[in-house]
Design a protein around this ligand. Structure first.
Ligand code: CMP
Length: 143
């Protein structure tokens, strides 16, 4: 079983999309193994998005990510990293395929509604960034 990290960003939470987004993941036979609602601080945004801190879009990203709560999700399943990326769609919603979460719900590149890990190394780092080991519950989804 592979584990990955996904996040419903503040505009997804404010728009009442938590249930619909979680349903897309669990309908794809992914198990929610960690879950919490949390408002990111600026310090957390700088740590979580460390690779983007010096990019020109970072101030806008930081302001957006800290303006309201997000849903932090650890998901487990077969090929979970690729599966969640496919469900989310391209980072830029203008390039996202129909039927993906970003095509359906994201108004802009910054407010792109969801995040997910892009590699095994980032999945490990991102799950550990938001969850203590004892707050993760591995189990197999019933068929
Ligand atoms: P996410 O998958 O969370 O990873 C980095 C985030 O930065 C990205 O989604 C977008 O919300 C945001 N962002 C804004 N502008 C850009 C950009 N030009 N390139 C990449 N990410 C961007």
């Amino acid at each position: 079983m592979e584990m990955t990290f996904a996040m419903i960003k503040p505009n997804g939470v404010k728009s009442g999309l938590i249930g619909r987004i979680l349903d897309r993941y669990t309908s794809a036979r992914l198990s929610v193994v960690g879950l919490k609602l949390h408002q990111m601080t600026s310090e957390e945004a700088r740590g979580f998005y460390a690779e983007h801190v010096n990019k020109p879009f970072f101030p806008e990203l930081e302001a957006y990510m800290t303006k309201g709560p997000s849903v932090m999700i650890a998901l487990a399943g077969e090929n979970a990293i690729a599966a969640v990326r496919a469900i989310n769609g391209a980072t830029n919603p203008a390039k996202a395929e129909p039927g993906t979460l970003r095509y359906d719900f994201a108004p802009s590149m910054t407010e792109n509604v969801v995040h997910s890990s892009d590699s095994p190394a980032s999945a490990e780092r991102e799950v550990a960034f938001w969850f203590k080991k004892e707050d993760l519950y591995e189990y197999e989804a019933a068929s």
